[in-house]
Ligand binder design. Sequence first.
Ligand code: PEP
Ligand code: MG
Length: 553
Amino acid sequence: MRITGIGVGRGIAVGAVLRMAEPIAEPVDSPRTGDAAAERARLLAALAETAAELAARAALVDGDARDVLEAQSLMAQDPTVIDDAAARIEAGQSAERAVFDAFGAYRRMLEGMGGLMAERAADLDDVCRRTVARLSGVGVPEVPASDRPFVLVAHDLAPADTAALDLDKVLAIVTEAGGPTSHTAILAKQRRLPAIVGAAGCGGLADGQVVVVDAPAGLVVADPSIAEVDGARARGSVAAAPCAPTPGALADGTRVPLLANLGDATDAPAAVALGAEGVGLLRTEFLYLESQAAPSVEAQTAHYAEAFRPFAGRRVIVRVLDTGADKQLAFLGHEHEENPALGRRGLRALREHEGVLRDQLEALVAARDQTGVELAVMAPMVADADETEYFVALARSFGIASVGITAEVPSSAVLADQLAPLVDFISIGTNDLTQYALAADRMLGTVAAYQDPWHPAVLRLVRLVGQAGAEAGVPVGVCGEAAGDPLLAVVLVGLGATELSMSPALLGEVRAELGAHTLAEARELAALAVGARSAAEARAVVEAELSRRSARS
Ligand code: PEP
Ligand code: MG
């Protein structure tokens, strides 16, 4: 049996299946039997225990996993849910049903907001599930324990489960639900665990059944042949082979600087240790999301200086504030929008609040002067030459020597020949470029399959930017998730990308893959990929060509 889904990471694993217990059933909607005050007390105790359990799990992990668990702990204490559930108890419901319905209402509200908020609905479901289990006196389905390594198969995995997985035991995960940007996928990637999400049909796998989980191919093969197991093991060990953090280069010596995507200053030292040659994307939104008012120039300077310090003497590209869509900020005057991903995002919002942008540029320059980095800045969501000229002139007026744009709105790629001569560099944001080129909300699980940067439409847009950059003599980077997919990274270079920026954990695999191809080979692979009819076909023709080459050598 072969089951397809969305592969996360580059790993390949072979092992026996162990299934997670089915999710807790919806509590029956029968009227409450006990007294309202006692029922309310039971509710509060269950929520408090759930919050404490999630906070305790958060304390055991770091990074994204900790953030997710802490946020879930807060969800269990959210006054909106508590008040709503209490009112439902007052109106005659049991605590189980009341909390289930209150979380359900909250979930619908998040879904209505779209984007990242909707994605967080799954995290909310887990908090609800834990609370209902506590109230009903049954255990929450946990990851099964085993003495031997196994492949975990589940309908869905809550972040709390994924964060706590014992990596000595769990070889890979396969889930029926989830998309490429669900927390399960993000945490699996962070923990370098091969995963297939959105694997419809994995419910048919039985405990003990042997499977090959091939994340790069997005494939689960049940009851594989010996040849399939040997092939998977061989490819798995190549993918896992370590590679010294040397500067990024192709096999013929063509340099392709490998840079880090950072979301927070605390990630910077680890990025340097993993061989990041600089920063290709410093996302700055998070600093702002934490505050009700725009952060002061001083507070921003301190934060940027912390992120810059480990990169003294090297290039650091900072993206100015990218809000709107799922990241709404009151002080930028955001209002409800029917299609927020198509709304006042990025530079569009900043241009209307130029004071916020000016403060940020001032703080960046101050942090540059304190730390001695080579500062570069770029604007998100730039659509055309007018917006490009506006940003470049403003940033240069602050004495910033390197000013660029993010190519993530398809119009900027189509017009790249007009824009490249106006800037010092272009960085392609393939996450948004894919969502806009394929008209598929990147946060929506139901259209997750469209969010594939291998799509020839996306690759052709990348090619336009690559060609324009080469003609204007302007570097073209890629800072979307695509740059961290080793094989796609080679194709991107073949399309004209001159540097790649990615999550630091992915640098090693990309470095190794680039080193296996010359520029001429990368261009041949790129030509095959852009001629394909779909994302799957593009990936397949590139893989087939590589197999042909390795059979010849
Ligand atoms: C992108 O769109 O590819 C990108 C790098 O930016 P973000 O994911 O922050 O929108
Ligand atoms: Mg973007």
